[in-house]
Design a protein around this ligand. Structure first.
Ligand code: 6LW
Length: 504
């Protein structure tokens, strides 16, 4: 009977709770407030921080790594490097964040009294090996840092010194690859060690073990993996990399990453690995999760919707909203809203989106169907509107010298797809992401139509490109599509940017 305790009709929550490229979620609770962080890889600022009062509606309240001193992403390091999986915990009156920068010095630990920030400068953890670090404290106050593999050290979290270890803890299910994303919890009489295994593609899974001590020994759950969609034709795939949280009413919930492939076979996912929510029941001291679905009964407590972030930005404020991402850095001399009031001014560094130091500001694509427009004044420079996965997989429409050109980079192929003359001066550039109904095994997930609005308002589509080549199944990597503005030569001014979701 889908009615809530107060008799109101039951509401359903829609997964993913954080659509678009929000992988490797980690969650904690302080009182009635939930906080969640995700990986961010080569993007700056790093580690988006979200807040919720109901686990369903989330609002970005900041980025944990928003100072260059916290986040060094050298230009010679590849996309999908940088910031891997973080763990967020609340302990002893403060928030703790531990994370790996695979493009810098590895593991590091930060703290904050307010998760919105500012976060501390990092405490480096040179003697903590591997990736996917987790933090847990035992009843004596000892801090245990567990990493992929799965191994563990006892850590002084105030100075980053390893006090004991590393020692191996558990290698996951027999024959399973890549035991990673470990999280350690004290629940009831047991310590639980939850991991991801099988790799973050279609074989991804969550397994768990339990013991009497935070460093084991651990007994695997007889029903491992406790969550996987592998070997199924479910519309949600790659389920894994989970974290657990208990609600104030005592119920347990899991956040996890998963993907939503589209198109023919095997299906292509273009939004990256997204954050999903699933209820957890405990049976005989083991968690039971079941299938992760797109719709499920909302939790029984009051819901606290948050205002939707508008897709339009007129760049009237001194600083950019939190959801804007740059590549590897955002030097103020290259990216500012101060130079021309009401505009975002981008000054070129790299000469194209193939270059790791290109001046780029974008936002995650979070919908299967969307309409994007931006008004750009290239001046004597060169720049435009792009959708990217990485330096080898991006489509863009570029304005320069009274001409617009549609360019495509797919692997080693770089080509000019179309061009058209336009009057000099500001011009509206557009991208329409149009889902393709599966018409056969090789149907791609969508088509990406790039066009220009000529003075007088006539919008003209110049090219329609196959979205398959901007999917993770083709490009690889750990991120998802990011749509944004770039400058490849000179100084380029953007008056406004409008991202309009069209998902039914
Ligand atoms: C993350 C690890 C993983 O650190 O990929 O596939 C890495 N699993 O858990 C980046 O998401």
């Amino acid at each position: 009977d889908h009615h809530r305790p107060d008799g109101a009709p039951a509401l359903t929550l829609t997964n993913p709770v954080l659509p678009g490229f929000h992988p490797d979620p980690s969650i904690c609770r302080r009182g009635d407030d939930y906080y969640l962080v995700c990986s961010s890889f080569e993007y700056f600022p790093g580690i988006p921080v979200f807040h919720s009062r109901d686990l369903v509606h989330w609002k970005q309240i900041g980025n944990a790594l928003d100072r260059p001193a916290q986040l060094r992403l050298p230009y010679d390091r590849p996309s999908s490097g940088g910031i891997y999986a973080p763990t967020l915990r609340f302990h002893d009156g403060r928030f703790w964040l531990v994370v790996t920068n695979v493009s810098d010095e590895g593991n590091m630990l930060l703290t904050a009294t307010d998760p919105a920030g500012p976060w501390s400068d990092p405490v480096r953890l040179p003697d903590v090996p591997g990736i996917d670090p987790d933090l847990a404290w035992d009843e004596d106050g000892a801090c245990w840092c567990t990493v992929a593999g799965v191994s563990q050290v006892r850590l002084d979290p105030y100075n980053g010194k390893v006090l004991d270890g590393p020692r191996p803890l558990w290698s996951g299910s027999p024959g399973a690859q890549a035991p990673e994303a470990p999280h350690l919890y004290r629940i009831g009489e047991f310590w639980y060690l939850m991991i991801a295994e099988g790799g973050t593609e279609r074989g991804h899974a969550v397994s768990i073990a339990r013991g009497r001590h935070p460093s084991g020994p651990f007994e695997p759950c007889p029903d491992n993996p406790v969550l996987t969609h592998r070997g199924t034709s479910r519309p949600i795939q790659n389920t894994g990399h989970a974290d657990l949280v208990q609600a104030p009413d005592g119920s347990w919930w899991m956040v996890l990453l998963a993907v939503r492939p589209r198109g023919g076979t095997p299906g292509w996912h273009v939004l990256g690995r997204e954050t999903f929510l699933a209820p957890v029941e405990w049976v005989d001291g083991w968690p039971v999760i079941g299938e992760v679905t797109g719709e499920l009964p909302a939790p029984a407590w009051p819901l606290h919707p948050v205002p939707a972030t508008t897709g339009r930005d007129d760049f009237d404020d001194a600083s950019l909203p939190f959801h804007w991402l740059s590549l590897r850095a955002r030097p103020e001399r290259l990216c500012t809203t101060e130079e021309r009031p009401g505009h975002l001014t981008l000054r070129a560094a790299g000469e194209s989106l193939d270059a790791p130091d290109v001046t780029f500001v974008g936002r995650r694509q979070q919908h299967f169907s969307c309409r994007v427009r931006t008004l750009v004044d290239p001046g004597r420079g060169r720049g435009g509107l792009a959708v990217r996965l990485d330096e080898q997989h991006h489509y863009e429409i570029e304005a320069a010298d009274g001409e617009v050109r549609v360019l495509a980079r797919i692997g080693s192929l770089r080509t000019e797809v179309a061009s058209a003359p336009v009057p000099a001066g500001p011009v509206v550039l557009g991208l329409d992401v149009v889902p393709q109904p599966p018409q056969g095994p090789r149907t791609g997930p969508d088509r990406l139509a790039l066009g220009v609005e000529f003075p007088g308002g006539a919008y003209t589509e110049l090219a329609s490109l196959d979205g398959r080549y901007l999917s993770t199944e083709v490009a690889g990597g750990f991120t998802g599509r990011v749509i944004g503005m770039y400058a490849a030569s000179g100084t380029v001014h953007f008056d406004w940017f409008d991202y309009e979701p069209l998902d039914g």
